[in-house]
Write a protein that binds this ligand. Structure first.
Ligand SMILES: Cc1cc2nc3c(=O)[nH]c(=O)nc-3n(C[C@H](O)[C@H](O)[C@H](O)COP(=O)(O)OP(=O)(O)OC[C@H]3O[C@@H](n4cnc5c(N)ncnc54)[C@H](O)[C@@H]3O)c2cc1C
Length: 328
């Protein structure tokens, strides 16, 4: 007896998208290793296929979630009742011409930073240890040492919700701390053009090695995690200090909810110590925020984003625990 396929499956297959899967376990597509199945999971191989997916999603009125490596995402235990589109290894080309780097949205950031270093281009040293895709990094304006990838972006090629392909310049992206205007547009980043000034290869390499050594020393490496859970702004540093320090100060290092634990190595990390659910993580986030508010009168905000079963994405602190609803 054949099992009925979800709405949109037939149309996606007809468009010849590189990979179309049904009931794909999302725990295989994020660094926390948490999350139920996606009704439909697609991995396009070029911008045209991305546009084709957008057409099907519009025609069939399906929820859509775009992901890279899922290193900043918490999927719900119920998964996603719609389409999850991964921009990953199938769109990871990298081309370097002089100071310009043109790379696919799925390019692996540490690989990109390493290639830039090898040809003596500077500016991406702070990205060497960020384990996501270029599309995810641009979307989040990610970076470290108080820097963001936006500093080097010249142009981003996106596929909009109506399946049209556009080039957007850096000004239009309105990069800010862990923010780009692309987040509100619901667009898919398919290609990014960066400009990086020439630098001294030995200096660039030294800086990258230092960064990697620091990360190995400070961050949990063996247990699945999603990097920093809470935002760390300069205003916060000036008033109460970095999130890891204040969570430790209020005595929450090692606190557990089910399979989720506040890392004993770095308190701004929540690690999956085995079988953690999205509910465990959300509960832990809620406990941490409650204690920090009570003891320090400070409202911690999440960098990590929660993906609801209906495909909405929001900072994980905006989720009502009992219902899984998103609150403002
Ligand atoms: C160990 C560890 C260390 C980390 N260190 C850092 C750090 O130093 N600095 C930092 O900024 N982050 C850090 N992170 C978080 C994370 O790696 C970054 O935010 C990264 O840029 C996310 O990339 P991703 O491909 O995993 O995106 P995902 O987590 O898959 O997605 C993140 C957001 O971007 C959107 N998105 C992803 N790809 C696309 C695309 N092609 N088009 C449109 N939207 C897209 C998603 O919808 C989602 O809203 C760390 C994470 C880990 C696990």
């Amino acid at each position: 007896m054949s099992v009925a396929k979800p709405r949109g499956y037939r149309q996606l297959v007809a468009k010849d998208i590189d990979r179309v899967a049904v009931d794909e376990p999302l725990c295989h597509h994020n660094s926390w290793q948490i999350g139920g199945p996606a009704d439909l999971f697609v991995e396009p191989a070029n911008p045209t296929q991305v546009a084709d997916v957008m057409c099907v999603v519009q025609e069939q009125q399906l929820p859509l979630v775009v992901i890279g490596q899922g290193t900043n995402l918490l999927f719900d235990d119920a998964g996603v009742r719609g389409v999850v589109m991964k921009i990953g290894a199938r769109m990871d080309s990298i081309e370097i011409i002089g100071p310009r780097i043109v790379a696919g949205g799925g390019a692996w950031v540490p690989q990109l930073a390493r290639l830039a270093m090898r040809v003596g281009l500077s500016g991406l040293e702070h990205c060497i240890g960020i384990p996501g895709t270029l599309g995810g990094l641009v979307m989040m304006n990610g970076g470290s040492h108080r820097r963001g990838i936006g500093e080097h972006v010249v142009r981003v090629t996106i596929v909009d919700q109506d399946a049209s392909i556009h080039h957007v310049n850096a000004d239009e992206c309105q990069f800010d701390y862990r923010y780009s205007a692309l987040q509100e547009r619901g667009a898919v980043v398919v290609e990014v053009e960066l400009e990086c000034p020439p630098g001294n290869l030995a200096d660039i390499r030294r800086e990258m090695l230092l960064d990697l050594r620091e990360r190995r020393r400070k961050f949990p490496r063996k247990q699945p995690n999603c990097g920093s859970v809470f935002l760390s702004t300069s205003e916060m540093h000036a008033s109460v200090g970095p999130p890891g320090k204040i969570i430790e100060e209020v005595g929450l290092k090692g606190l557990r909810c089910g399979g989720a634990e506040v890392s004993r190595q770095h308190a701004n990390f929540i690690v999956n110590i085995g079988g953690a659910t999205s509910f465990d993580v959300l509960q832990l986030i809620s406990r941490i925020r409650y204690e920090v508010r009570k003891q320090l009168d400070f409202d911690l905000r999440c960098e990590v984003r929660y993906v609801s079963p209906s495909g909405e994405i929001c900072p994980a602190d905006q989720v009502a625990l009992q219902t899984g609803q998103i609150i403002e």
